[in-house]
Structures are given as structure tokens and as C-alpha cells.
Design a protein around this ligand. Structure first.
Ligand SMILES: *Cc1c(COP(=O)(O)O)cnc(C)c1O
Length: 403
């Protein structure tokens, strides 16, 4: 993300991302589609096309469908234009994990509520958050509880005990790093309550999770933990983990929302806590299409792109290969010839910089062509490196993705 990125709000109430390249002054304008831009500009560096309208639609899907407070996990895509648009769409709370993220949200959405749910923080970070008015913190260890109890006034402040379970259904789960087991969670909840905090619980089922039951199992155990601790939960934060569209049909969020709504009723009965969710991936992914260019084609047919594992395509290493891929010639004509599986390399001089499963690409693909990856708004910019001088992904705002 470029720190100097500014945001301009159009008449539609959409905040456009600002092209950061000084040489392309007119690019605060909104283009009709990625194809229009590519044909007109023939960019030689990767481009992330941002469609604010799509982001608004996703935000609405969450706001209308989720039976509780919808927040956004900033780490998935900290682009100021994303924060500004989500705030404009009606999101009033954000999950932050560092002082930099606190400042970022404060700058773009002055009145927003902040939840600090990275469960390990330095004392300086905690003090910073208290000073910035953060009134909600997660906790998963006694050491962290002691730090919070010392530094964060209890009055009106929420402490959410983070639970871990071993559940299946996610691309990878976060339980190895974060979360207390049920027994420790009981103890933490008792301590938080005794210290006068608003007592809540939280969990994260793991990212790109397709199984609604993953949320329900967590909710059942949270209910159990609260009961054993003899504490009524103020809120239950069901985390992120909602899946984005990477292949086949778009995953439906509705069944997950319904399962969560049913789960809280089934397991908490009359003492129903207010629900909170904090999607990152599923909120941001669909609003961006990432475009890389074919730098060259090897004599053996391997395709060399100007973006790869160290750039915007990092997640190809950790998740299933994203299959929503289209190809345009350098003047913007769709490539149609039947696809074949190609070996695909990124631009750096590291042999690791290779998409693990290759890509199915049109038979007539040629040097200078553009490869469009749909649904690439999460964990792309945020994890992009500048290895070998690559990774300069510019953002261009479009009014739609159709071509
Ligand atoms: C990363 C994270 C999220 C968002 O996860 P997604 O899988 O992107 O939805 C939500 N909450 C916490 C505490 C996180 O660390």
C-alpha cells in the first residue's frame, strides 16, 4: 500500500483509489473496465483494479444478512479507499491489529469504533490503543491478561476471551498461534469479569472456511465456557473466515449467516449475547481484479509474469489455486484458444517464484498479454514484497469488471 494514497469521493459517494504514479496524473479518474485501461495504457507493471461499487455490494450483503454487528478486519486490505468505502457503506466498527492500523482507520473514518483483536501486543501498543480510545481487546493468555489489566481501565471496556478448537473446514486455521483452550478460557473469563470488564468471547474458525458447522462448534463451546465460568457474555465475536470466490460458483454466505443465527439461539437460549463478525477476505476480495503481464514465454512454453509469489500472488502458495483467470492481448482482445496447463513463473530471480499448480491459459497466449485474476482484493497488497525491485502494484479505480 502506498502511504501517500489519497482518496477522492465521487458524486456517487464512492471513494476512488488514487493512482500513485506521478507520471500518470489523470488516473484519479474512474475507468469503465480493466480492459479499457489496459488497452489505452498498456501498463508494464501489475495493476490492481478496484471497483468501489462491488465493495459496497459485498458490504450490503453482510450488513443485511449477518445477524449482528459487521466489522472489517483491516489487515486483509488496508487501502484507505477500502476503509473509506466501507465506512460510507455503513460499517461502523473495524478490527485493527496495530497502532498503524488504528491511525489508518481513525484517518479515514474518524468516528468508527475500533476492536483490537490481535491478542498479543507490546505494552507500548496497548498504551497507544488506550490513548486512541480503543475499548475492546481480545485476550488468550494470562500474561496478556495481566498486561491489559494493568494498562486498560475496565470501566466500559470489553475483554473478549479468544477460544481455540481444532475444527476442519478452513484453508488453514489460526489455532496454532492464537486462542486459549476451553479450560483456560473459563479461567480468563472469570478473571476478566472479576476485574470489571465487559466479558465477551471471540474465535476465528480459520481463513477461507466453507463449513458453517465450524462456526457452530465454536459457538457451542463458547456457551459451555461461559456457563462454567458463571459469566453472561456481553457479545460473541464469531471472527472472520468467510470464504471468497476463488473457483467454481461463488460460495454462498447466507447458509453461514443462518447457521450462526441458529447456533446462538440453540446454545445460549435466553442469555443470547450480541453477535459480531469481522470478515477480512470475504469483504475485500471481490472488489479487486489483479492484472499481471506476460513478460516472456520460455522455449518450453513456460509463462513468465511480472507478478508472482513474492508480489500479489503470495496466496497461490498457501491456498488452492485461484481459477478465475482471464487473458487479454496487449490491445485488449480476449484470448479464446482452448487452454492448456502452463508452468507459470513470477519475475524474481528465485526459483521458488513459481505458481505451485501452474495455470490453465489460452493456447494463443503471447508476450505482452494481460492475465486478469478476479477476486483478488484480500491479502494481495498487504503481503506484497519489493524483492528484486518488483511488487509495485498500482491501483486503478473502475466502475465495473465486465468486458
Ligand atoms: C485475520 C483476522 C480476521 C479476518 O480473517 P479473514 O479470514 O480474512 O476473514 C478476523 N479477525 C481476526 C482476529 C483476524 O486475525
Amino acid at each position: 500500500m502506498n502511504k501517500n494514497t489519497t482518496v477522492t469521493t465521487s458524486r456517487l459517494g464512492f471513494a476512488a483509489g488514487n493512482d500513485s504514479a506521478a507520471s500518470m496524473k489523470s488516473d484519479t479518474s474512474v475507468w469503465k473496465s480493466p480492459r479499457d485501461y489496459l488497452a489505452a495504457r498498456q501498463p508494464d507493471s501489475p495493476v490492481a483494479f478496484f471497483c468501489p461499487r462491488t465493495l459496497h455490494q459485498t458490504a450490503e450483503e453482510f450488513l443485511e444478512g449477518f445477524p449482528g454487528l459487521v466489522t472489517y478486519a483491516v489487515k486483509a486490505n488496508p487501502d484507505p479507499a477500502v476503509i473509506a468505502n466501507l465506512h460510507a457503506a455503513g460499517l461502523r466498527a473495524f478490527d485493527v491489529a496495530s497502532p498503524v492500523e488504528i491511525d489508518l482507520v481513525r484517518a479515514m473514518a474518524t468516528t468508527a469504533t475500533l476492536h483490537y483483536n490481535n491478542p498479543v501486543r507490546s505494552r507500548a501498543e496497548i498504551a497507544y490503543a488506550v490513548n486512541a480510545g480503543v475499548r475492546s481487546y481480545s485476550v488468550d493468555s494470562f500474561g496478556e491478561f495481566d498486561k491489559l489489566a494493568e494498562l486498560v481501565p475496565a470501566e466500559g471496556t470489553e475483554m473478549s476471551v479468544r477460544l481455540k478448537l481444532t475444527v476442519k473446514g478452513a484453508a488453514y486455521d489460526f489455532g496454532e498461534k492464537f486462542g486459549a483452550n476451553a479450560e483456560k478460557a473459563v479461567d480468563l473469563l472469570k478473571r476478566a469479569s472479576a476485574a470489571g470488564y465487559l466479558t465477551s468471547m471471540t474465535f476465528h474458525p480459520g481463513t477461507q472456511c466453507f463449513d458453517p458447522q465450524a462456526w457452530v462448534s465454536y459457538m457451542a463451546t463458547c456457551a459451555d465456557v461461559a456457563k462454567q465460568a458463571g459469566v453472561a457474555l456481553h457479545r460473541l465475536n464469531v471472527g472472520g473466515g468467510f470464504p471468497s470466490h476463488r473457483a467454481g460458483d461463488a460460495p454462498a454466505l447466507e447458509p453461514i449467516f443462518k447457521a450462526i443465527e441458529g447456533g446462538v439461539k440453540a446454545h445460549f437460549g435466553k442469555n443470547t449475547p450480541m453477535l459480531v463478525c469481522e470478515p477480512g477476505r470475504a469483504m475485500a476480495a471481490e472488489a479487486f481484479t489483479l492484472v499481471a503481464r506476460v513478460k516472456g514465454i520460455g522455449d518450453n512454453g513456460a509463462v513468465y509474469l511480472n507478478d508472482g509469489i513474492y508480489g500479489g500472488l503470495t496466496e497461490f502458495r498457501d491456498l488452492d489455486t485461484l481459477k478465475r483467470v482471464n487473458c487479454l492481448s496487449s490491445d485488449g482482445q480476449p484470448r479464446f484458444r482452448k487452454g492448456t496447463l502452463r508452468v507459470v513463473f513470477g519475475p524474481t530471480c528465485d526459483s521458488l517464484d513459481k505458481l505451485p499448480d501452474g495455470l490453465n491459459l489460452p493456447g494463443d497466449i503471447a508476450e505482452g498479454d494481460y492475465i486478469l485474476f478476479s477476486g483478488m482484493g484480500a491479502y494481495v497488497h498487504a503481503t506484497c514484497t519489493r524483492f528484486n525491485g518488483y511488487g509495485d502494484i498500482r491501483t486503478v479505480t473502475v466502475s465495473g469488471f465486465a468486458y
